[in-house]
Design a protein around this ligand. Sequence first.
Ligand SMILES: CC(C)(COP(=O)(O)OP(=O)(O)OC[C@H]1O[C@@H](n2cnc3c(N)ncnc32)[C@H](O)[C@@H]1OP(=O)(O)O)[C@@H](O)C(=O)NCCC(=O)NCCS
Length: 200
Amino acid sequence: MALTGRLHDTVAWPVHTTRLTLRPAIADDAAATWEFRRLPEVSRWLTQNTGTLTEYRNQFLDSDSLAKSLVVELDGHVIGDLMLDVQDAWAQTEVADRARSTQGDLGWVLHPDHTGHGYATEAVRALLDIAFDELQLRRVTAACFAANEASWRLMERLGMRRETYNVRESLHRSGEWLDGMVYALLADEHRATTSEAAAG
Ligand SMILES: CC(C)(COP(=O)(O)OP(=O)(O)OC[C@H]1O[C@@H](n2cnc3c(N)ncnc32)[C@H](O)[C@@H]1OP(=O)(O)O)[C@@H](O)C(=O)NCCC(=O)NCCS
């Protein structure tokens, strides 16, 4: 059973790309996503450690989080997950209504067995199309540790712009304060890139 939310309701799921299928995450995806999220090389970059499958399932089934989550399938198997969190942009009080639900914050995780083939690029490109064309967002953002090179390289492949570099601002569970970065992309920038690519 899929929980509902704007992301889940607005789009005609599943979305197919050349090699992948994207669909809303459901309760039954907890075990498949735990299999890769629990791996140290993956969890070191994630906000929350997974813990046991039971602990993780409780986090995963939180309705707010499930409503923002998609899974990525390759040949019917879940190989990754994505997040799109629709947010209000900052605005002055008098125009705050117009800024509601105009931004999206993105996240991504791929099973290490499937990195290096461009699957994250393909999946997140489709997520950008969903964010801008279907949800009509005007800006998307994503944050990562500066040391997470695979993640910021992905954002640069997708045409996202590095907007902030914050020195020793984020506390990692290792105890170290790490540099962090925020990337962003505007709807018109994404459309310009997409039409240039289509024109060859
Ligand atoms: C971030 C993450 C999704 C990136 O995965 P990735 O495999 O590097 O990204 P892609 O799937 O787009 O693959 C790109 C790689 O495949 C290669 N590739 C092969 N075919 C490709 C294609 N058709 N299109 C694009 N790239 C292709 C690219 O050259 C690139 O390799 P390189 O890094 O050696 O240059 C992955 O490292 C991950 O899940 N990390 C752990 C979780 C995490 O950090 N999440 C983000 C927290 S901020």
